[in-house]
Design a protein around this ligand. Structure first.
Ligand code: SF4
Length: 217
């Protein structure tokens, strides 16, 4: 099943309506540097942003540079991030990433998608979050669980694989909107187009949304 011929026009309407609804939507993770955003984004897998922000409040005081993380014993870091879930994998990713950053990039986060996705545990989603939010570089569209669900319901993609969904959205949404579209769609998915109970009657997109896969109440 491909994208409907109306998808481009609908995407333009979605961009306009979400911009009006959430003019200031941005990343809900707290950070003060690209490195902090990278670490917070790794921690946010399968975890709420609120929980990540609680954990990073202390974590970012203790570890300030890539070298700080790189020389930390895994079990010590695991204890610090335990409440975010999947903490063993996350600790391995953070330490592995930071070792490479310290050794190959003078401790700086590279502003380059190809370089970022080469880092341990970093996929396109995390790379797009860091590049778009910390550097303002539109490397792609962030596709998380909210963007996946909302885009499919809106008929902007029929794909299930995040990288294929991203390709569809990059073709439909102007590059200048990629970063904000991601933030706003995530907001919309959290507030209105939720997984279990989408509030179609209250939705700003209600007039244009085909509600694909949404059961009638
Ligand atoms: S109309 Fe319903 S399905 Fe469509 S975006 Fe809004 S809440 Fe989601």
């Amino acid at each position: 099943m491909g994208i409907s011929p109306n998808a481009k026009r609908r995407a333009a309407q979605v961009v306009r309506l979400l911009r009006r609804e959430y003019p200031d939507a941005t990343c809900a993770l707290n950070y003060t540097s690209p490195l902090e955003l990278l670490v917070a984004t790794i921690l946010s897998a399968q975890c709420t942003d609120e929980r990540v922000n609680q954990v990073t409040k202390d974590l970012f005081k203790k570890y300030r540079t890539a070298a700080d993380y790189a020389r930390t014993p895994l079990d010590e870091l695991e204890r610090g991030i335990q409440s975010t879930g999947f903490f063993r994998n996350k600790a391995r990713s953070i330490v592995g990433c930071c070792k490479l950053l310290a050794e190959q990039y003078a401790g700086q986060v590279p502003q380059d998608l190809e370089a970022l996705v080469e880092l341990p545990g970093i996929g396109r989603k995390t790379a797009n979050v860091v590049l778009g939010t910390a550097f303002g570089v539109p490397s792609g569209v962030v596709v998380d669980t909210h963007v996946t669900r909302v885009s499919r319901r809106l008929g902007l993609t029929a794909q299930k694989d995040p990288e294929k969904i991203e390709q569809d959205l990059m073709a439909l949404v102007p590059e200048s909107e990629w970063i904000d579209f991601g933030h706003r769609t995530i907001h919309h998915g959290r507030r209105t187009c939720t997984a279990r109970k989408p509030e179609c009657g209250e939705c700003v997109l209600g007039g244009i949304c085909p509600r694909i896969g949404v059961a009638e109440k």
